[in-house]
Design a protein around this ligand. Structure first.
Ligand code: AMP
Length: 292
């Protein structure tokens, strides 16, 4: 595995591989790797000749007062894990390498970014799209792998690729969870012991929401049900819960093929997100976690 910090060295390596006819799979991450990231790499490994992973805690996607400083980082551990899972090139740029100048061009996402995390974190997806476009231009991947854990991010990136004719295929990868149902996240390490014990309530609440959905409850009843379950069974503070069409992220009107039930909950200073995608086929409602 090659570890690279400079954009020009990375581009040189990619160019050589492409000239020799190799396909490139790309896994962008913010590091502090866990099984969720590793499952993206495993899928990329199966479908491409070489796998490039980036680790970059992107300052542009953190707002003032968010956890940019507190975001967990461990380069040595990440390097070992990336090597073990079969990454060929690990790209770890500094913020100066990625953003040599302040300001510049901003990318404004459309209405998909006005809901869920986009509503709670103004400007977050502008920063995501900026770094994703830079990384796509640097890596020039045939396929890029994103987790359904960040389902809104994935939906916005799919739209971005389509609207701007970006030459990479986006591959959706299912959510990997701990045994108790908590979605794996780098931020889980920042939870206190009590909060970690309570956090699986998020997935349980979403499952309750799916039950309500299957019973034909209204969007409002479902959202209220999820909130009630979380507040009654934990000290978590609801940021949002929302049932929307997927991947449009528009108001759920009962007509779309897929819906997303998503929420964000704060435990102490740590904000966790999770979601369930619901497939609606032939009038019956099927929860579709495994096939996401
Ligand atoms: P992050 O490092 O949190 O920015 O995540 C990098 C990539 O890994 C994103 O595409 C995430 O959606 C994906 N990812 C993070 N957690 C999980 C998980 N539990 N299961 C699947 N994919 C994940």
């Amino acid at each position: 595995m090659r570890v690279v910090h400079s954009i020009t060295s990375l581009q040189g390596m990619i160019d050589r591989n492409k000239r020799e006819g190799r396909t490139v799979g790309f896994v962008p991450t913010m590091g502090f790797l866990h099984d969720g990231h590793l499952s993206l790499v495993k899928q990329a490994r199966e479908q491409n000749d070489i796998v490039v992973m980036s680790i970059f805690v992107n300052p542009a996607q953190f707002g003032p007062g968010e956890d940019f400083e507190a975001y967990p980082r461990d380069k040595e551990r990440d390097t070992n894990l990336a090597y073990e899972v079969g990454v060929d090139i690990l790209f770890m740029p500094t913020p100066e390498e990625m953003y040599p100048q302040e300001g510049g061009i901003r990318i404004l996402p459309g209405p998909q970014a006005n809901v869920l995390c986009g509503a709670s974190r103004p400007g977050h997806f502008d920063g995501v799209l900026k770094v994703v476009l830079k990384l796509f231009n640097i890596v020039d991947p045939d396929r890029s792998y994103f987790g359904m854990k960040d389902a809104q991010q994935l939906a916005i990136i799919e739209t971005f690729v389509r609207d701007f004719n970006l030459r990479t295929s986006i591959v959706r990868v299912p959510i990997i969870r701990d045994q108790d149902g908590l979605a794996k996240s780098s931020r889980n390490v920042n939870l206190s012991e009590t909060d970690r014990a309570e956090a699986p309530v998020i997935q349980q609440a979403l499952q309750k929401g799916v039950l309500l959905f299957n019973e034909g409850s209204s969007v409002e009843t479902i959202e209220r049900g999820v909130t009630a379950y979380i507040t009654e069974n934990s000290s978590g503070i609801m940021d949002y819960v929302s049932l929307l069409s997927y991947p449009e992220l528009a108001e759920y009107d009962g007509l779309s093929d897929e819906a997303i039930l998503a929420c964000a909950v704060k435990f102490g200073k740590t904000r966790l997100i999770d979601n369930i995608i619901i497939s609606i086929k032939d009038g019956c409602h099927v929860q579709n976690d495994d096939e996401q």
